[in-house]
Design a protein around this ligand. Structure first.
Ligand code: ZN
Ligand code: MN
Length: 487
């Protein structure tokens, strides 16, 4: 029996608003001592009243638009009841039958994912299970605004589910509504998965996998579930009821937690303290606030600048880097055109993307990484980087001298022509090259003899000698050609 996997995701994103969802407490409180960013409202004291945070509502609307959802005309909250020490009110203010965003459709990299809903809610506090069986609760996180996005079960592979989660991170960052950092728990993911025989349209009881804390984990947890559930199907014991399992990243397996609650277990009812209100007036403003989205930007970087798929992906994953690259590209074209007015435009366009990605992504970011430094737009200004690329493009720097100039630029921030001048790194001129070759021929009679008798492998050695004399400024290919002419 051929089985296929039916996968859906539930993603909680913690919004990076200044204050919490229903009170004025500081929402950027992670570094604050436990239980200091709290007030009677988020601690659930009797007689207090929640007030919805407009910034959080705007963030949810923006995410909804970005995911192609319909935005509800009015905002309605509901109480979701359960008992746990991290939930002081005994219920969570969430949204049940009227989520702020619904029925979306999101396309990226040629794939479309249905979005069932995205709703606003408040976060629970954080429990710490200490040694000796005691549990401590830090209420700083309690009441933080969350948007929970529920996709349709449209993924067929763990890899696709992971890709969507990664895209979601790019999306919330581009929208400026969250940093989407999974390690910090600012983006949390539960994955639903069931299997079914290929051709069968039934949706069988699903298993919800919780405690997925990284992109890698979502893929591994789902792969594990596919193996586990495949065995059950083979044994004729496919899951008959929905259940919840927890992913254990160390044991690399999921463990049964409980059979899943149905919605009626939560005894949802409308939040009486927040009467529904209209949010129509916010919609147009929010729509205008939406920047170019990551998927569109990737396509543009490929089409407009000619970047390869992977390079475009890497560039746009970091907004600062993407902006930097765009500045570098436009400055680079200007530099080349003004320093070499007879430049072949077609040739320039064809070669520029590879040149830029090679030096920016591979060599520059590589050098920063080696030095344990992070990319910032002002280590090397876009102007200086563009000038540097121009010198490489016009053959004034070769790969070796280019790397040396780049290293100096990283260290000093100086402009490249200045570095070339003080370090005498300009491409070697013909006279000097003739001299170095002549010297090398004179100093290595034995190798010259070998070369003449047909041992051409020795050429490598001779070129190396010249490169050394030139301190890397000579062009090794040119040296090899000249050698063959001269001996
Ligand atoms: Zn509070
Ligand atoms: Mn939730």
């Amino acid at each position: 029996m051929q089985l296929e996997s039916i996968i859906g995701l539930e993603i909680h994103v913690q919004l990076s608003t200044q204050s919490k969802m229903f009170c004025a407490c500081d929402n950027r409180n992670e570094l604050m001592p436990p239980n200091t960013a709290v007030c009677p409202i988020c601690l659930g004291h009797p007689g207090t009243l929640p007030t919805p945070n407009e910034a959080a509502v705007r963030a949810a609307i923006k995410l909804g638009f970005a995911l192609g959802c319909t935005i509800a005309p009015r905002l309605k909250f509901d109480r979701k009841h359960y008992f746990y020490p991290d939930l002081p009110k005994g219920y969570q203010i969430s949204q049940y039958d009227e989520p702020i965003c619904s029925n979306g459709s999101f396309t990226f990299d040629g794939k479309t994912v249905g979005i069932e809903r995205a709703h606003l809610e408040e976060d629970a506090a954080k429990s710490f299970h200490g040694v000796g069986g005691e549990t401590l609760v830090d209420f700083n996180r309690g009441g933080s605004p969350l948007v929970e996005t529920v996709t349709r079960p449209d993924f067929r592979t763990p890899h696709d589910a992971k890709s969507f989660l990664q895209e979601m991170q790019l999306l919330v960052r581009a929208l400026g509504i969250s940093d989407g950092d999974m390690e910090k728990g600012h983006m949390r993911c539960d994955a639903n998965i069931s299997l079914r025989p290929v051709g069968d349209e039934t949706l069988y009881p699903k298993t919800e996998v919780k405690n997925i804390n990284s992109f890698r984990a979502v893929e591994r947890a789902l792969e594990y579930e596919i193996r586990r559930q495949t065995e059950l199907w083979k044994d004729g014991t496919a899951p008959a009821v929905s259940s919840t399992r927890g992913w254990n990243d160390i044991e690399m397996k999921t463990n049964e937690q409980r059979t899943k609650e149905a919605a009626h277990d939560y005894r949802y009812f409308p939040e009486p303290d927040i009467p529904p209100f209209l949010i129509g007036p916010l919609l147009e403003q929010c729509r205008r606030d939406i920047p170019e989205l990551p998927a569109a930007k990737r396509t543009r970087f490929q089409e407009e600048y000619g970047f390869a798929t992977q390079d475009a992906r890497q560039l746009i994953a970091d907004e600062a880097l993407a902006n930097y690259a765009e500045q570098v590209v436009s400055e680079f074209f200007e530099w080349v055109r003004s320093s070499a007015p007879d430049t072949d435009e077609t040739e320039l366009k064809k070669k520029s993307a590879k040149l830029i990605s090679g030096w920016l992504l591979t060599k520059y970011l590589g050098a920063l990484n080696d030095a344990g430094r992070l990319f910032t737009p002002d280590t090397i200004t876009p102007e200086n980087f563009a000038e540097f690329l121009t010198l490489v493009y016009l053959g004034k720097l070769n790969s070796t001298t280019g790397q040396r100039v780049l290293k100096q630029m990283i260290e000093t921030g100086a402009d490249p022509s200045q570095i070339i001048e003080t370090e005498h790194l300009g491409q070697a001129d013909g006279v000097a090259l003739d001299r170095w070759i002549a010297e090398t021929i004179e100093e290595n009679p034995e190798q010259i003899e070998q070369f003449r008798s047909g041992k051409t492998a020795v050429l490598q050695f001779l070129v190396g000698k010249v490169m050394k004399k030139s301190r890397g400024t000579a062009d090794p290919e040119e040296v090899a050609v000249q050698f063959q002419e001269k001996i």
